[in-house]
Design a protein around this ligand. Sequence first.
Ligand code: SAM
Length: 193
Amino acid sequence: MGLEDQRDVETDVYQPAEDSHLLADAACDDLADADEGSLVLEVGTGSGYVAGRIDDETPARVIAADLNPHAVRQAREAGLEAVRADLVAPFADGALDAVVFNPPYLPTDPDNEWDDWMEQALSGGEDGRAVIDPFLAEVGRVLAPDGSVYLLVSSLTGVDDVVEEAGEHGFSAAAVADESFPFETLTVLELFR
Ligand SMILES: C[S@@+](CC[C@H](N)C(=O)[O-])C[C@H]1O[C@@H](n2cnc3c(N)ncnc32)[C@H](O)[C@@H]1O
């Protein structure tokens, strides 16, 4: 990686943080006994950290996807199968055994939004659900009938609101991990039908 590329990664790609670790731990625990060859998609892979953990620690085949081309490059350089995609748009109906997503979830005042890749990684718009809601509307199409979604949500975004919205799209929800910090509690929801 050249100096210019290194600068892009540091300023334009979300690097692993507490939310990434919580999601990776929960997904790896649940997918440890996945069938060999089952297919897992990480939406919004960023650095590829969560997808890399699933690849290393479970029998599943993992595809990493992100809207941000700098993230796709970093994930590929980490040895992952990575594609540029808006949420789940390019994936075939019913093709995925699990979908994992640590979405942009921070409620953001429109006046304070920055128009760059890091803003796309962090900002969930005014209510924090500007990316989560379309994801919930679309993910059922690509999920196998007995597949699961592992979705990171924050108390800042409103866990109950996300559970209610998921219910509108036919999903039941269970909290499989949580961790509290001074300003928020992070929860990993497993969504299933
Ligand atoms: C909070 S970061 C999480 C990064 C990484 N998965 C992690 O846990 O460290 C959210 C990621 O979602 C990506 N993203 C935002 N909107 C997206 C969309 N519509 N489709 C795909 N990825 C998106 C961002 O580029 C960013 O990499």
